[in-house]
Design a protein around this ligand. Structure first.
Ligand SMILES: [Zn+2]
Length: 369
């Protein structure tokens, strides 16, 4: 039924995108499209979505328009030791048991006790499973601490964080190794014209990298919290690619999307903890000594040695320290990075199965479907 709902909604969105009265559309317009029953709650959200899509870009064709529900049209409930979400469907409003991870259950509890506000939700399918993506909003108490932490991202060390005299290193050896292995596999498959396989490997690699970035960003934010940090500073991303000695090296190592993803994750996790995030101008952060002397030759790979005063330090740590101090100033432009956490995607589990979910993640299992 979810599949059918998505198909109807997609066809409706495409029909609506070229409709001359789009701007005046109400949920009644669906009757002109089709005589079948379809929840007006979804129709309203689709009208909103199509309006904004056609306004901001020239989208005239939707490949897929998932069914969305505004905050008043879905509900989460707790039934014993599991949760259900209910929303309108083609037949009636249904309550579906969901599989939740521990952190998701914690957010659902906060929805139930009213400490976070409920936003819109989306019914979507990913890798053969149906999910219900939930958005929430809540106030964060800004931290009173003023200590700044710098986070330097690089090719040899994915991330180095520095606050005061403390630092945290994430070496990228393993990442680089895995990425090279995937790249080689992709090349082989690409030569053999196995394009579907190439894309599948790309997806697998992205999921792997996303998992790594989640872990690193969590550790960085926890490190900040443990050290009384009130602001995390990071470089504006344009500097990352330039730092590779050649375009080839940059391409083979971590791609810039992976850095962008890591920065986004650090940013939203920090903001959720009340830590401010600032973006600094990356110019000279890697070449400047604490004595103030700046010279390109100060840095040689991971080694930093000042040509003037002789001070030596790990080059990436030096970068992180300079970022914390924002030696080249804060970025003039507000960052294009979108902060804010992604929605919570709980797996809809009407069949009462959840067996393929890893067992060590605090899965809430359903009883009798
Ligand atoms: Zn110096």
């Amino acid at each position: 039924m979810y599949k059918q709902m998505t198909e109807v909604n997609t066809a409706f969105a495409n029909w609506l995108a070229t409709h001359p009265d789009l701007n005046k559309a109400t949920s009644k317009i669906f009757q002109d499209f089709s005589s079948q029953r379809f929840p007006s709650a979804i129709v309203n959200q689709t009208i909103r979505e199509v309006k904004s899509q056609t306004k901001h870009q020239k989208t005239k064709q939707f490949r897929k328009q998932w069914c969305c529900f505004n905050n008043q049209n879905w509900k989460v409930e707790r039934k014993g030791d599991f949760y259900t979400v209910s929303f309108p469907t083609l037949e009636k409003r249904i309550g579906v048991p969901v599989v939740t991870r521990t952190y998701q259950a914690a957010w659902l509890d906060r929805l139930l006790d009213g400490t976070v506000k409920q936003g819109a939700a989306k019914l979507y399918k990913k890798r053969k499973k149906w999910y219900f993506a939930i958005t929430i909003t809540f106030e964060v108490e800004p931290r009173k601490e003023t200590k700044a932490m710098g986070v330097d991202l690089g090719l040899r060390y994915i991330a180095v964080a520095s606050v005061g005299t403390k630092s945290l290193f994430f070496k990228s050896n393993q990442c680089a190794f895995v990425r090279r292995r995937y790249a080689a596999l992709r090349r082989r498959l690409g030569k053999a014209k196995k394009l579907h396989a190439v894309r599948k490997i790309g997806d697998k690699e992205s999921r792997w990298m996303k998992g790594v970035n989640h872990k690193i960003s969590r550790q960085i934010v926890n490190f900040a919290l443990a050290n009384g940090v009130g602001v995390i500073r990071m470089e504006e991303l344009t500097g990352i690619r330039k730092r590779a000695t050649s375009a080839k090296e940059a391409g083979r190592s971590l791609h810039s999307w992976a850095f962008h993803q890591l920065q986004t994750m650090i940013a939203y996790k920090a903001e959720m903890a009340g830590i401010r995030v600032e973006w600094v101008n990356p110019t000279y952060t890697s070449q400047t000594c604490k004595c103030g002397h700046r010279e390109k030759a100060n840095r040689n790979g991971i080694h930093f040695q000042c040509k003037k005063c002789g001070y030596t330090i790990h080059a990436d740590l030096n970068g992180a320290i300079n970022i914390a101090k924002a030696i080249s100033g804060l970025s003039a432009e507000p960052s294009a990075l979108v902060t804010g956490a992604p929605p919570i995607g709980v797996h809809l589990n009407p069949m009462g199965r959840g067996d393929d979910t890893p067992p060590n993640l605090g899965v809430v299992r359903t009883r009798n479907g």
